[in-house]
Design a protein around this ligand. Structure first.
Ligand code: PEP
Length: 255
């Protein structure tokens, strides 16, 4: 049985002061939640103080991105080891905003996934189609391309341990959530590809999150789908109560 995972992506929101205040309040709100992995991805500047505030809690920290090199003349970049040292256990990689605004290609995303694994970080590897691609019936082809590129040269064991986030670009920050059936179709396709490429055991262990306008009132329906193992949450993770409710509402009846 895969443990549900709920990750909050704060994007470029929250000062250090605001982030630490959130972390302190949130950690006491979810302290009794069991059987759900909970992750927060603050901006780089707040990662270390948030990790400190969450020490000995059931909430882990993720970076929102990283660079694949270990060190060097890469102005503005942050290495996997730096992310790890700042307290992160996870790293979001290949978010559509990084792909669209910062030019991350499938090759770059693959380097980042591999670098994260090498640094003992769990990648949250994002894939998803744009509205144009969905309307052109290209969703599955886009997912195949992103998966094949992003998972190149990664072993089955590594794939089983990482997290994939299916995030249809048209649903991110738009309030237009995918239906549970649309999410399940995409997730089942992704898991099917993992089964073909890496075998049934790897496919069964890899967690696949849905991302795109997840809110407290739609998470239960999404996570009830067989292949939806949790959520990557943007806007609704910025508010302590709403993110707390998403976590609480994500507990499957069978758990
Ligand atoms: C995201 O940024 O990954 C995301 C899913 O955002 P939102 O929940 O705001 O759609």
């Amino acid at each position: 049985m895969r443990t549900p995972l709920i990750a909050g992506n704060w994007k470029m929101f929250k000062t250090v002061f605001e982030a630490v205040a959130f972390a302190k309040e949130f950690k006491s709100l979810v302290k009794d939640v069991a059987n759900v992995d909970i992750v927060l991805a603050p901006p780089f500047t707040a990662m270390h103080p948030v990790s400190e505030a969450l020490r000995a809690s059931n909430v882990a920290v993720a970076s929102q991105d990283l660079f694949w090199e270990k060190d060097g003349a890469y102005t503005g970049a942050v290495s996997p080891a730096m992310v790890r040292e700042a307290g992160a256990e996870y790293a979001i990689v290949g978010h559509s905003e990084r792909r669209r605004l910062f030019g991350d290609t499938d090759v770059a995303v693959n380097r980042k996934v591999r670098a994260a694994i090498d640094a003992d970080l769990t990648p949250i590897f994002c894939v998803g189609e744009t509205l144009d691609e969905r309307e052109a019936n290209a969703t599955l082809a886009v997912l195949d391309r992103q998966l094949q590129g992003g998972l190149d040269a990664i072993t089955g064991e590594q794939v089983a341990a990482l997290v994939i986030a299916y995030e249809p670009v048209w649903a991110i920050g738009t309030g237009r959530v995918a239906t549970a059936a649309q999410a399940q179709d995409a997730h089942a396709h992704i898991r099917g590809r993992l089964r073909t490429w890496f075998g049934a055991d790897v496919a069964d262990r890899c967690r696949i999150l849905y991302g795109g306008s997840v809110k407290p009132d739609n998470i239960a329906e999404l996570i009830a789908e067989a292949d939806v193992d949790g959520a990557l949450v943007g806007g609704a993770s910025l508010d302590v109560r709403s993110f707390g409710e998403i976590v609480t509402n994500s507990r499957r009846a069978v758990i």
